[in-house]
Every structure is written in structure tokens, then in C-alpha cells.
Design a protein around this ligand. Structure first.
Ligand SMILES: O=P(O)(O)OC[C@H]1O[C@H](O)[C@H](O)[C@@H](O)[C@@H]1O
Length: 313
């Protein structure tokens, strides 16, 4: 199933031949890297199918990755795009998922690389799979449902898309939540604004108040921020991250009704062993597209699909 590295640079330089996206498997098959003919790149760790890096054509990194992140499979990755499934946070009151660790098991499981497809002459889609059969016994006992996950990461010159399809492959219905926990790299959190969530209801996880409403102003940051928004404008309306007055990222969701906005600030960052450097909170903001404020119920054979596309500029 795995595409072996080819030599696209030679191909691209040959007149008359279509340029091809290059996909390489590196580090003893623990990572997959794709590079477009125009230079943009993406790197995914099979542990968690975590996107670790997304660079534009000039090599400029778009995602924040902690210098202390564990990349050896001992802990979920602190940074990039960890994938949350089947529970967001912990859910002590939801019996079926109550025993699972924070944010579930998908970010702590080793996924399979299913291969690549070119979606145009200058874009590439990488597919990853995880199913109940791939789980270790401990995880399978905590969540004994038969499921299939297909995660597709599509790199194009000005965008990155991540799409998840969840399928119930067993006879027993299950309920799940999912979230794309994107850590955006930014210059200075004090100059960041997030727009697109105006007038929207949110659950403030810092003080625990569930029924707040965002004002008609953009979100700005001056302390720990941890909020679960259900934007009034719906998934197709972009959430925009502006850094120092410049529009940096535009997040468009598909079938994901919620957006979590998180910055740990000084004390929470100090309390996370894998958060490095300690003042790294100044250079990151998480804007996380998900379906987390309710549960998706999947009957036998049902599928749920949710996706985000992040555009630059
Ligand atoms: O430390 P983690 O388990 O990776 O979670 C990191 C963060 O994820 C989300 O943004 C939650 O809303 C936060 O409450 C949580 O602190």
C-alpha cells in the first residue's frame, strides 16, 4: 500500500512530464512526509496520525510544536494537529466513554499509512487508517466498539485539509465526539485576534460557566483562555486568525459545529512537562474544529464525516 519515494525533482525538471508530489516514508516508517513540486510540505507522525509540520513554499512553519513534545509514542504530541476521538476532554457522566483518557485514544494509537493520491498536478492527499483491530488490548477494553477511522490530510499550495470519517463497523451503536486540535504558530499572542465567533454561545472552561455569549468583538487574549464555541454562523463561515493586524489563517469547517479556542498562558504552560519553551504560549494559539458539544450517535453501518480546511492569508 505504501508509495515508495520516487524522484519527482528530476521528473518535474523534465519538459513534457507532469510534476508529481513527492512522498517519502522516513524514520523507520514512523513518519510520512509529502513535498509538493512548488516546495510546500507536510509531515505526519503515524503515532496519533499527528500532523507535526506544515510549511509553505518558503519553508515557513505554520504549526506550533513544543520543543518538549514526545515523538516516541510515549505520550500524545504537544503541538501540531493531534486528533481527538472518541471523547473531548473527559466525560465522567457519559458511561460508554467515562473510562477513557483525556481526548480519547486516537492521538495515542499508531495508525496505518494507507497511501497517497494526487488530487491535482500540485496537491497530494495522504490517507491514514485506525480501526478497533489496531488498538491495544487496554484501549479495546475501555471502549469495546467496532469502528473504522479514515483520516485524510490534503496538502495544496495555499491550504491544508484534514478530514475524518468515522464508521460503525459493529452491531452495537456508539456515541462519539471528535476534534482537530490544531496548534497554530503565531508571532505574539498579545497581538492575535480570532474573528468569526462573534455573538456566539460558548462554554468557558476556565471558570466553568456554560452559557456565555461572545460579544460582537473579535476574541483577543490577555490570560488563560479555554472556550468551546458553537458559532452562530455555521461551519462554512470562516474563523480567521489575525496576527499583528495581518490575516494569517482562515479555517473553514465541514460538518464540525464547534470551535475550541485555547491558550494555556503562564501557569498552565508551566504545569505541562512537555510544554517547551516555557514562554511558548506567546507563540501559539489553538483553534480547534470539532463536534464536541453533543454526541454523534452512529448505528450499525453509519458513518460520520467532519473536516477542516486551513487557508493561508
Ligand atoms: O493537555 P491536553 O490533554 O493535550 O489538552 C490540552 C487542551 O485541549 C483542549 O484545548 C481543551 O479545551 C483544554 O482544556 C486542554 O487543556
Amino acid at each position: 500500500m505504501v508509495d515508495r519515494p520516487n524522484k519527482p525533482s528530476a521528473l518535474a525538471a523534465t519538459p513534457g512530464l507532469q510534476p508529481q508530489a513527492q512522498v517519502t516514508i522516513s524514520d523507520g516508517s514512523s513518519r510520512v512526509t509529502a513535498v509538493l513540486p512548488t516546495g510546500e510540505s507536510v509531515e505526519i507522525l503515524l503515532f496519533g496520525a499527528t500532523v507535526l509540520s506544515w510549511k509553505d513554499a518558503s519553508g515557513d512553519e505554520k504549526l506550533w510544536l513544543s520543543e518538549g513534545a514526545k515523538l516516541d509514542g510515549t505520550k500524545a504530541v504537544r503541538g501540531g494537529i493531534p486528533l481527538v476521538f472518541p471523547v473531548f476532554g473527559t466525560a465522567p457522566d457519559h458511561e460508554a466513554t467515562s473510562k477513557l483518557p483525556q481526548h480519547g485514544f486516537a492521538r495515542n494509537s499508531r495508525w496505518e499509512f494507507l497511501g497517497k493520491s494526487e488530487t491535482s498536478s500540485n496537491s497530494v492527499k495522504l490517507d491514514f487508517g485506525l480501526s478497533s483491530e489496531n488498538l491495544d488490548d487496554a484501549a479495546r477494553q475501555l471502549w469495546p466498539y467496532k469502528f473504522g477511522l479514515l483520516y485524510s490530510v490534503t496538502l495544496a499550495p495555499e491550504s491544508l485539509s484534514t478530514a475524518l470519517v468515522v464508521t460503525n463497523e459493529g452491531d452495537v451503536p456508539f456515541e462519539c465526539q471528535t476534534l482537530l486540535h490544531t496548534y497554530f504558530k503565531i508571532k505574539d499572542i498579545a497581538s492575535v485576534q480570532v474573528t468569526g465567533l462573534e455573538d456566539s454561545p460558548f462554554h468557558d472552561k476556565v471558570d466553568g460557566v456554560k452559557d456565555k455569549t461572545q460579544s460582537s468583538d473579535p476574541i483577543t487574549f490577555s490570560g488563560e483562555t479555554d472556550r468551546v464555541y458553537t458559532p452562530v454562523k455555521g461551519p462554512g463561515h470562516p474563523v480567521i486568525i489575525t496576527d499583528g493586524g495581518v490575516e494569517k489563517f482562515r479555517v473553514v469547517r465541514d460538518n464540525l459545529d464547534d470551535v475550541v479556542v485555547w491558550n494555556p498562558w503562564v501557569d498552565k504552560a508551566a504545569g505541562m512537562g512537555d510544554f517547551q519553551p516555557k514562554d511558548g504560549w506567546k507563540n501559539m494559539v489553538c483553534v480547534e474544529a470539532g463536534a464536541v458539544s453533543s454526541w454523534q450517535k452512529l448505528e450499525k453501518g453509519d458513518a460520520f464525516e467532519g473536516a477542516q480546511t486551513i487557508y493561508l492569508h
